[in-house]
Design a binder for this molecule. Structure first.
Ligand code: HDE
Length: 721
C-alpha cells in the first residue's frame, strides 16, 4: 500500500505526483475499491441463476454507485476543452522588469499544462463553433503555480465583471428550449450585444476568422487585461501578455467550419492530440508589451479597459520565451477536466491592475471550483498541485488528501515552533504592489472607458479585403438567423458607428436599409455617460491600420503537420503517388490516400497501395490541400465518381491548394474548377498542374500549401459544393 504523505511532503519538484498509475496490462487482479480481489465481475449475485438480484451484492452496488457519480458539473463557460503538458523556457533574464523566478534563467524548463477551450458550448459540443477560444496556461513554478488564463482574442465583450452573467446567459442556448447549442446566432445574444455598445470591438474579433481557427496550434493567445511586472526594486511596468504560434495564425472558412462540425466534431482536439503523438510539438513564443508606470495616461485609451488593446505599432511585442507542448494527458478527466485555473494564482513579480473585469474574475474562479470540483481541497488533485511544498493552517474539508501531523493548525503559535513562518519579500514572500488608492466609493464607470468604437473601426480597417468580407458574411449569417427584426435593426444601426461600409454591406445582405443608431446608444450607464462618436479616432491618432491585427500578414513559410488528401483509384500511377508523398512528408506534411473503397488499390503496375480512408470516411474539409496523381484508369474512375468530383469542388470552394500530376488534370475537367481556370489569375491561384507549374510540381505545390488559402478565389462567385 502507498504510504500516506505527511503534510511536509505534499508536492515535489519532479512532479512525480502527476505521474499516472501504471498502465493496466501488467498482470494485476481486479479488485473492489477496498482492494478485495474480485472473482466474477460479469454476473451479479442472485437467488438462483434465474432469481432476483440480492441487495447483499456489495460488488455490484459499489460499481453502480461509483458509475452513478462519474460526472461532475461541467464548467459554466469553457466547458469543452483539450489540453496538453509541456514546458516553458525564458530566452534571457527579465530581471530588469520582473522578479518572477520562472522568468530569470534561460536554462530552467518550467513545466506547464495548457488547456484550450470554446466558451459557449457544452462539453460535448463541436470544436468548430464560431466562438472565442480559451487559452489557459498553468506554470508549475518553483515559487508556486502561476496561471495565465487568457483567450485567443486580446479584448473582451464587457468592461465590468458584473455584466458577465448577463453576457453568458445571453449567448448560451435560450433557456426555454435549450436551442441553439454552441452558437451565438440567436436573439438573446444579439439583443444583449445591441444594447451593449462597449462589446463592438470584441464583436469585430468574434465575427472575424479568428473565431474559426484551423488548429489550436495555429492561434494566438492573449492575457487580455493589463497586468503588472514588478522587479526586485519594487518598480512596476504595465504588461500585456501574448502567445505567438510558430506555425502562424490560420483559419478555416465558415462553410467549412459548419461542415467539419458534422464530419468530425473533435477536429481540433484530434489535431492537437495527433500532432503531439507524432512528435510535431506545438510551440508558441511568449510575448510582452511593456509600458512604464509613468506612461499610464499616455495613450488615447485606458489601459484598464479590457475592450482595448495596445496596438503593436505603439508598443512592440517583445518575445521573451517559448512554450512547447510535448505530452498528451494520460487521462482526460483527471487532468483536462479537473484542472482548475485562476487568474489570481500569482507568483512574486507579477501583479494585477484595477481592470474591473479582472478584479471580478479574482472572485469567480475559486468559487466555481468549489461547486465544480466539490471541495476546498481541489488544489490537492494531482494536476492542480504546486511543485513548491504547501504549508499552511488550512485544514480538513471534503476529500482531504493530506494527513496533517501534530497539533498545531494556527498562527501565531509556539506549539509548532512558530511554523509555518511568514516569508519576507527577500525570502520570496508575495507582497502586493503598493498602489496608492485615494478615492470615493462609487458604483460607476470611468469616462475614459467611453470610447466604444475607435478600436472596432481600427480592427475592421486593418483587415484584408477577404477578411473584411468574411466579417460581413458572418454578420449577415448571425443577424439573418434572428427572429426579432427590431434586434437586427438596432444591431445594424450600431454597426454604422464602427464603419459605414460594413453597416451598408451587412444591411444589403439582410435586405434592409441601414437604420440610424438608437439614441441613447448606451443602455447601461445612463444618459450622462453616452459614448462619444470616435469613428475617426484611429486616423486622428495617426494609426489608420495595424498590420498585426490581420492574419493575412501571418507567417506562411511551413507546411508542417498540414493534411494532404491524395485522390486515387485502381490504376493510379504508383510513381506519381510515391514521389509527391516523399516530397510532402520531407517538409513535415501528412498524406492520406483516399480511394473509392477501403483496404488496398492496385497501381498501374499491379502493386498494392494501402488506402487510408475511403470517400465515405474522408471529406475535403478535413484536409488542407488535394493532390490528384497521374494514372489513366484511376483518373477515368475518379472522373465518373461523384464523391471525388465533389471533393475537388469543395477544396476549390474553400480556397485550398490543388495539384494535379500529368493526366490527373483531366479530373479537374469534370469539376467547376475547369471553368474557373479560364476566368483570370485570381480564379486559378493555388491550382497547379504539370503544365502550369513554374518550378517542379512538388515545389510549387509545397509553396502553395504554405500559403494556407487563396482567398482571392472567393472574389468572384463561389463554386457550388
Ligand atoms: Fe473566465 N471563467 N470569466 N474569462 N475563463 C471561467 O472558471 C469569469 C474572462 C477564461 O481552461 C470559469 O474554472 C468571469 C476573461 C478561460 O479551465 C469561471 C469573468 C477571460 C477559462 C469564469 C470572466 C476569461 C475561463 C468557468 C468576467 C480572458 C477556462 C470554469 C469577469 C482573459 C479555464 C472555471 C480552463 C473559465 C469566470 C471573463 C478566460 C466561471 C466572472 C476576460 C480561458 O470562473
Amino acid at each position: 500500500m502507498k504510504k500516506s504523505t505527511p503534510s511536509t511532503e505534499v508536492g515535489n519538484k519532479k512532479m512525480d505526483d502527476l505521474a499516472p498509475d501504471k498502465e493496466i496490462g501488467t498482470g494485476e487482479f481486479m479488485t473492489t475499491d477496498q482492494g478485495l480481489k474480485i472473482n466474477d465481475d460479469t454476473n451479479s449475485l442472485k437467488a438462483g441463476e434465474r432469481g432476483a438480484t440480492l441487495l447483499e451484492d456489495f460488488i455490484l452496488r459499489e460499481k453502480i454507485t461509483h458509475f452513478d457519480h462519474e460526472r461532475i458539473p461541467e464548467r459554466i463557460v469553457h466547458a469543452r476543452g483539450s489540453a496538453a503538458h509541456g514546458y516553458f523556457q525564458v530566452y534571457e533574464s527579465m530581471a530588469k522588469y520582473t522578479k518572477a523566478g520562472f522568468l530569470q534563467d534561460p536554462s530552467v524548463k518550467t513545466p506547464v499544462f495548457t488547456r484550450f477551450s470554446t466558451v459557449a458550448g457544452s462539453r460535448g459540443s463541436t470544436d468548430l463553433a464560431r466562438d472565442v477560444r480559451g487559452f489557459s496556461v498553468k506554470f508549475y513554478t518553483e515559487e508556486g503555480n502561476y496561471d495565465l488564463v487568457g483567450n485567443n482574442m486580446p479584448v473582451f465583450f464587457i468592461q465590468d465583471a458584473i455584466k458577465f452573467p448577463d453576457l453568458i446567459h445571453a449567448v448560451k442556448p435560450e433557456p426555454h428550449n435549450e436551442i441553439p447549442q454552441a452558437a451565438s446566432a440567436h436573439d438573446t445574444f444579439w439583443d444583449f450585444i445591441s444594447l451593449t455598445p462597449e462589446s463592438m470591438h470584441m464583436i469585430m474579433w468574434a465575427m472575424s476568422d479568428r473565431a474559426l481557427p484551423r488548429s489550436l496550434r495555429m492561434m494566438e493567445g492573449f492575457g487580455v487585461h493589463t497586468f503588472r511586472f514588478i522587479n526586485a526594486e519594487g518598480k512596476s511596468h504595465f504588461v500585456k501578455f501574448h502567445w505567438k504560434p510558430l506555425l502562424g495564425v490560420h483559419s478555416v472558412a465558415w462553410d467549412e467550419a459548419q461542415k467539419i462540425s458534422g464530419k468530425n466534431s473533435d477536429f481540433h482536439r484530434q489535431d492537437l492530440w495527433e500532432a503531439i503523438e507524432t512528435g510535431a510539438f506545438p510551440e508558441w513564443e511568449f510575448g510582452v508589451q511593456l509600458i512604464p508606470e509613468e506612461d499610464e495616461h499616455k495613450y488615447p485609451f485606458d489601459l484598464l479597459d479590457p475592450t482595448k488593446l495596445v496596438p503593436e505599432e505603439l508598443v512592440p511585442v517583445m518575445r521573451i520565451g517559448k512554450m512547447v507542448l510535448d505530452r498528451n494527458p494520460d487521462n482526460f478527466f483527471a487532468e483536462t477536466e479537473q484542472v482548475a485555473f485562476h487568474p489570481g494564482h500569482l507568483v512574486p513579480g507579477i501583479d494585477f491592475t484595477n481592470d474591473p473585469l479582472l478584479q471580478g474574475r479574482l472572485f469567480s474562479y475559486t468559487d466555481t471550483q468549489l461547486s465544480r470540483l466539490g471541495s476546498p481541497n481541489f488544489h490537492e488533485i494531482p494536476i492542480n498541485r504546486s511543485i513548491n511544498t504547501v504549508h499552511n493552517n488550512q485544514r480538513d474539508g471534503h476529500m482531504r488528501q493530506q494527513i496533517n501531523v501534530g497539533k498545531t493548525s494556527y498562527h501565531p503559535n509556539t506549539t509548532g515552533g512558530g511554523c509555518p513562518f511568514h516569508a519576507k519579500a527577500a525570502e520570496g514572500g508575495f507582497t502586493s504592489f503598493e498602489e496608492r488608492i485615494d478615492s470615493r466609493k462609487v458604483r460607476a464607470r470611468s469616462k475614459s472607458f467611453m470610447d466604444f468604437f475607435s478600436q472596432a473601426t481600427l480592427f475592421f480597417n486593418s483587415q484584408s479585403e477577404a477578411e473584411q468580407s468574411h466579417i460581413v458574411d458572418a454578420l449577415r449569417f448571425e443577424l439573418g438567423k434572428l427572429e426579432t427584426p427590431a434586434i437586427r435593426e438596432r444591431m445594424v444601426g450600431i454597426l454604422s458607428k464602427v464603419s459605414d461600409v460594413l453597416a451598408k454591406k451587412v444591411a444589403e445582405g439582410l435586405g434592409m436599409p441601414v437604420p440610424k443608431p438608437e439614441e441613447p446608444l448606451n443602455h447601461n450607464y445612463g444618459a450622462d455617460a453616452n459614448p462619444v462618436d470616435y469613428q475617426d479616432q484611429p486616423k486622428k491618432q495617426g494609426l489608420d491600420k495595424s498590420a498585426a491585427l490581420s492574419i493575412a500578414n501571418t507567417v506562411k513559410d511551413s507546411i508542417k503537420t498540414r493534411q494532404i488528401a491524395f485522390l486515387t483509384a485502381d490504376g493510379v500511377d504508383g510513381e506519381s503517388v510515391k514521389a509527391m508523398k516523399a516530397a510532402l512528408v520531407a517538409e513535415g506534411a501528412q498524406v492520406k490516400i483516399i480511394a473509392p473503397h477501403g483496404g488496398f488499390i492496385k497501381d498501374a503496375k499491379g502493386g498494392d497501395v494501402k488506402v487510408d480512408m475511403s470517400f465515405l470516411t474522408a471529406a475535403s474539409v478535413l484536409f488542407d490541400a488535394v493532390f490528384i496523381p497521374a494514372g489513366d484508369k484511376s483518373v477515368a474512375a475518379l472522373s465518373g465518381n461523384a464523391d471525388a468530383v465533389h471533393f475537388v469542388n469543395e477544396t476549390y470552394r474553400h480556397c485550398k491548394a490543388i495539384a494535379a500530376d500529368g493526366n490527373g488534370a483531366d479530373l479537374l475537367k469534370e469539376t467547376y474548377v475547369a471553368a474557373k481556370l479560364k476566368q483570370d489569375k485570381d480564379a486559378s491561384a493555388g491550382v497547379i498542374s504539370s503544365d502550369t507549374a513554374k518550378g517542379s510540381l512538388a515545389k510549387d505545390f509545397i509553396a502553395a500549401i504554405a500559403q494556407h488559402r487563396f482567398w482571392e478565389r472567393e472574389k468572384k462567385d463561389k463554386v457550388p459544393a
